[in-house]
Design a protein around this ligand. Structure first.
Ligand SMILES: C[S@@+](CC[C@H](N)C(=O)[O-])C[C@H]1O[C@@H](n2cnc3c(N)ncnc32)[C@H](O)[C@@H]1O
Length: 269
């Protein structure tokens, strides 16, 4: 987070939507991972890049004010409600699920899963600030929360995750834009039992055929080889961008039919 001298640049109107006034720069051409805003904290306008999660999480309530109250994100509830639809249809009780919430952040997806009646939820995120924020803001949500790099787990983390015998994986607002690499997704997938549920979302254009992203190729491979079977697929508005235009994502609720082959993943990565 930097207190730079951006106050002279043109900004949209100040938005008072929560504990901190926010203003967006008058730039409509920014890619999703380049977006930023200024936040008034202790009487100082402070620049915050949206994807600098450590900065966002370190200010209590900023993530919720920015993404949820202002930019109308509702992805944790959307993805979780779709998972609930599939569970209902398959006569599965939420309380029987043991969920690995990967890219858990400050716990908003975990909170939505709790709301469904799921009690065994383990969060994993790569940055310590995510766990600190989850423990600060939603300490009741996770059974356990690991700060871990799934491509480089310690022996103890690996043992814990194996022994938990997860039967569901959630990855919400954490794929694409170089966030979770295919190898980390593979490792998370590997911890899920066969016939377990996999619920995730991703920007809709990332899954279009011909899209060059590694994750797109990985998902195409998993579907072509019937490693993953889609139960429900929904395109929806993930949030607004700073120019007020909708950003569309797809939510996918799928079942794990087969294990993924590590060498296939490596050849894609
Ligand atoms: C936009 S947040 C989403 C948080 C939460 N799932 C939600 O829906 O509110 C994305 C999270 O993914 C995490 N992330 C990015 N790359 C990761 C990786 N390689 N391994 C684990 N977490 C990662 C980030 O640290 C961040 O907390």
């Amino acid at each position: 987070m930097s207190n730079d001298k951006l106050t002279s640049k043109p900004f949209e109107e100040v938005i008072n939507n929560g504990p901190y006034p926010i203003r967006f720069p008058k730039m409509s051409e920014l890619e999703q991972d380049e977006e930023w805003c200024e936040v008034l904290i202790d009487n100082k306008w402070t620049k915050v890049r949206f994807h600098d999660y450590t900065d966002v999480y370190s200010v209590p309530g900023l993530y919720e004010t920015l993404f949820y109250r202002t930019l109308m994100c509702n992805s944790p509830n959307r993805v979780t409600n779709l998972l609930s639809d599939v569970l209902n249809e398959q006569n599965q009780k939420p309380q029987d699920l043991r969920v690995l919430d990967f890219g858990a952040g400050n716990g908003m997806e975990g909170e939505a899963l709790q709301g469904l009646g799921i009690r065994n939820i383990v969060g994993v995120d790569i940055i310590p600030a995510a766990k600190e924020a989850a423990m600060r803001d939603r300490p009741w949500v996770y059974d356990k929360y690991l700060v871990a790099d799934l491509t480089n787990l310690t022996a103890e983390q690996n043992r814990f995750l194996k022994e938990y015998k997860f039967n569901a994986l959630t990855v919400v607002a954490a794929l694409g834009f170089g966030d979770i690499p295919p190898l980390a997704f593979y490792n998370a997938y590997d911890f899920i039992e066969l016939n377990g549920y996999v619920a995730f979302n991703i920007r809709s254009d990332f899954l279009k055929s011909g899209h060059e992203s590694k994750f797109s190729k990985l998902i195409q491979h998993m579907l072509n080889e019937e490693i993953l079977e889609i139960e429900l697929y929904k395109r929806y508005q993930h949030r607004l961008n700073i120019a007020g235009e909708p950003i569309y994502y797809v939510a996918i609720i799928a079942k794990k039919l087969k294990e993924l082959n590590e060498s296939d993943v490596k050849s894609i990565s």
